[in-house]
Design a protein around this ligand. Structure first.
Ligand SMILES: Cc1cc2nc3c(=O)[nH]c(=O)nc-3n(C[C@H](O)[C@H](O)[C@H](O)COP(=O)(O)OP(=O)(O)OC[C@H]3O[C@@H](n4cnc5c(N)ncnc54)[C@H](O)[C@@H]3O)c2cc1C
Length: 382
């Protein structure tokens, strides 16, 4: 089925078709196994690297494809159809969240050491921002990096870090200067550095096939050359690059809503209640019509944000609107589609059950819905 949009040309459609076939054939059959194992295999990073999916937007020079955000949007919409959301989360943390900043502000040496192997799937990356005491308030984070000769000496802890149990390096936000946003820098920390340790692998409500961990840093030394961009600009970089991360979340949400819609139609047409298929009852027809209308609005808002981000590299308000709207809507869609399934929707063997759990985090990760409203209000109202 073709996803219609004025923004897509034949190459985008072809990319989607190829990806959809790959997801159906190579990923979906393993979804239950990976969910139960609580982890998809590391080899998937390499497989995705070989296919070029980990470097869609990155320069050809470092092994990337040199494409734009549209391909990332399509990748996200299609990956979620494997019915194991953790796969998309793990891979997009690698290809968008932890590495974009290296691509944009990293030195050639950093790109060779960290970006190129991440694009190839040879190194696994994680983004370390959230701390036990500070999540939304990134400017207030407490992990420190003190300069000592030619090293940074890092102390502190992070939590909820996706890919955290298996990452080869962390793109870490740490305080190199004084208080507030201007004291924050980004530093690349190899996880084989002495003093680094992984705490608990945390048990999540959903997205079971991706890992999430606590990380500890005790006098971890890394060369000063591992600082990305300028010291004290880390907060600004994070805010800039969160745009890509939020576009990813909105696109995951749109992909899941599409999959849920198909589940609703399949089930609602096959199951009869009181002599009619469920979707033959006007109560459901109207409810579904409302959902479809809102889903289309979410998708087009996301595409609008993507277009702006591609053209101007600065679309804070638009991306925040797309993330807010799509990520709140997907929770309502999952709830409604579960309700349409009756008791079966509550059973693990129906995809809606897993989706319902997975989407509970959509208003939290990559900036909460409240923070999205703050950003929109600040830009629109002042
Ligand atoms: C599945 C998952 C994966 C994640 N992966 C990563 C990762 O890879 N790397 C990483 O660094 N982090 C990751 N996180 C952490 C995530 O980014 C944080 O959970 C999120 O930023 C919120 O921070 P917090 O949990 O500390 O909540 P808090 O900041 O403590 O917020 C608690 C509540 O207060 C609200 N609130 C906060 N500020 C305001 C305000 N000014 N006005 C009104 N309400 C407000 C919030 O919206 C929220 O509802 C992940 C989280 C999840 C659930």
């Amino acid at each position: 089925m073709k996803i219609e949009s004025v923004y897509f040309d034949e190459e985008h459609h072809l990319f989607r078709e190829t990806l959809r076939a790959f997801v159906e054939k190579e990923l979906k059959p393993h979804a239950d196994e990976w969910e139960q194992a609580g982890m998809f295999p590391n080899e998937l990073f390499r497989a995705f690297g070989k296919l070029g999916y980990l470097g869609l937007r990155f320069p050809v020079e470092y092994g990337g494809q040199g494409l734009d955000y549209w391909y990332t949007v399509v990748l996200c919409e299609e990956l979620v159809r494997c019915q194991s959301l953790g796969v998309g989360v793990g891979l997009l943390v690698q290809s968008e969240m932890a590495t974009s900043v290296i691509n944009k502000y990293g030195t050639p040496e950093q790109k060779r050491e960290f970006l190129a192997p991440a694009i190839a799937g040879e190194k696994i990356a994680a983004l370390g921002i959230t701390e036990p005491g500070h999540g939304s308030n990134v400017a207030n984070l407490r992990t420190t990096a003190r300069r000592d000769g030619d090293d940074w000496v890092i102390n502190g802890s992070k939590t909820f870090i996706s890919n955290g149990t298996r990452a080869n390096f962390i793109t870490l936000a740490a305080r190199t200067g004084g208080e507030g946003a201007r004291g924050v820098s980004l530093i690349l920390v190899p996880t084989d550095a002495k003093g680094f340790s992984v705490g608990r692998a945390l048990k999540k409500m959903g997205t079971h096939s991706s890992d999430i961990a606590e990380l500890f840093f005790q006098d971890v030394r890394v060369p000063v050359s591992n600082l990305v961009g300028e010291p004290g600009r880390g907060f600004a970089y994070v805010m800039e690059l969160f745009q890509g991360e939020r576009l990813v979340l909105a696109s995951f949400a749109n992909g899941i809503m599409q999959a849920l819609w198909e589940e609703a139609l399949n089930y609602g047409r096959a199951r009869e209640v009181f002599g009619l298929p469920i979707v033959g009852h006007q109560a459901w027809r109207h409810r579904l019509a409302d959902l479809l209308t809102q889903m289309e609005a979410a998708r087009q808002l996301t595409y609008f944000a993507c277009d702006r981000l591609n053209r101007t590299a600065s679309a804070q308000k638009e991306v925040s609107m797309a993330k807010l709207y799509a990520c709140e809507l997907v929770k309502r869609v999952a709830e409604t589609v579960l309700q349409l399934h009756g008791g079966y929707g509550y059973m693990e063997e129906y995809p809606v059950c897993r989706f319902y759990r997975d989407v509970a985090a959509f208003g939290i990760g990559a900036g909460t819905s409240e923070i999205m409203r703050e950003i929109i209000a600040k830009e629109a109202i002042g």
